[in-house]
Design a protein. Structure first.
Length: 317
């Protein structure tokens, strides 16, 4: 799916699988095994956010975007997480995601200079966790144990995953943030994400209204979904796509016309996933190659040697 080229020599190769679905919902291209289940990791977040938003919690704009974000922990991101918790009347101490420093270098430096400590607020999934807690507060569900699979919130999320993907997960594990993560096929993932990202806020059905509101929020506030210089934020802002990567080499991306890609790099490396997804959308005719070219320049795809650039990571699909 991608190679790492150094000084004209192919140094590493990334194998993987991918599926492309047309705006009409037809599978138009497959690469590798698209039927075996995978853990989408954070690419599952749009379903988790829809589950929260359709369970009595009104999240719009940046509040909706932070619910599905893998944020880099900038001060603005942390302020959004605090705001979701505060409006729900939930203490910050209820967050059950791990403590972390911000991933954003400037934000991390600011915390260290201020003698700050690691905090669950800085963890890149804290927005999702804050939204989950807000749903618990709105429904009278216990805050404690909100990550347990038997908790009403997690049962609600599983139901939404199955409704949108049309597939019952083959397995359930624990994600890096402590929340359940469900294993589904790339085909089901792509179909489910397409249903989320092509929904409209005016739908007569609540879950699709909320899916439409979520998609609208992400496209209107791309900085929230990831952060400065990060692939999802760059692709959304420059091209109007919906993009959500996941750990261990997963990504979903929907073009403005509804064409959707789901991909998984088998070695788990995420460095090539945005280039692969964008290339597949270009080849499907959903994005313009000339518009994508400068976006690829912005992504961190360069291979360095000494102080100079001597190669790059590039898609080969």
């Amino acid at each position: 799916m991608a190679v790492v080229e150094r000084s004209g020599f192919i140094e590493s190769r990334h194998a993987g699988s991918a599926v492309v679905i047309s705006p009409a919902g037809d599978i138009v291209r497959t690469l590798g095994d698209i039927a075996s289940p995978v853990f989408p990791r954070s690419a599952l977040k749009p379903f988790q956010a829809v589950a929260v938003m359709s369970s009595g919690v009104t999240l719009r704009g940046t509040d909706a975007a932070i619910a599905t974000a893998s944020h880099s922990g900038t001060a603005r991101h942390v302020d959004l997480v605090r705001g979701v918790l505060a409006r729900a009347g939930v203490p910050e101490s209820a967050l059950a995601c791990p403590e972390a420093y911000p991933q954003d270098t400037a934000a991390r430096d600011a915390v260290v200079r201020a003698n700050g400590a690691k905090s669950p607020l800085y963890m890149n999934c804290s927005g999702k966790h804050a939204a989950m807690l807000a749903a618990c507060a709105a429904n009278g569900w216990p805050l404690e144990g909100y990550l347990d699979m038997e908790h009403p919130l997690q049962k609600r999320i599983l139901d939404i995953v199955e409704r949108f993907t049309g597939e019952r997960p083959a397995a359930t594990g624990i994600d890096g943030c402590g929340a359940p993560v469900h294993a589904i096929s790339l085909t089901a993932l792509a179909r489910g994400i397409q249903r989320v990202t092509t929904s409209t806020p005016s739908s007569p059905f609540a879950i699709y209204r909320e899916a439409g509101a979520l998609t609208e929020a992400v496209r209107e506030h791309p900085w929230v979904i990831a952060g400065p210089g990060l692939g999802d934020s760059i692709a959304i802002e420059r091209l109007g796509v919906f993009s959500k990567y996941g750990a261990e080499g997963s990504i979903v991306m929907t073009a403005p016309d509804g064409t959707t890609v789901a991909a998984k790099v088998l070695d788990g490396n995420i460095r090539a996933v945005h280039a692969v997804a964008l290339r597949l959308l270009v080849q499907a005719g959903a994005l313009d190659a000339e518009a994508v070219a400068p976006v690829l320049e912005e992504l961190d795809l360069w291979v360095t040697g000494g102080a100079g650039r001597v190669g790059r990571i590039r898609a080969t699909v």
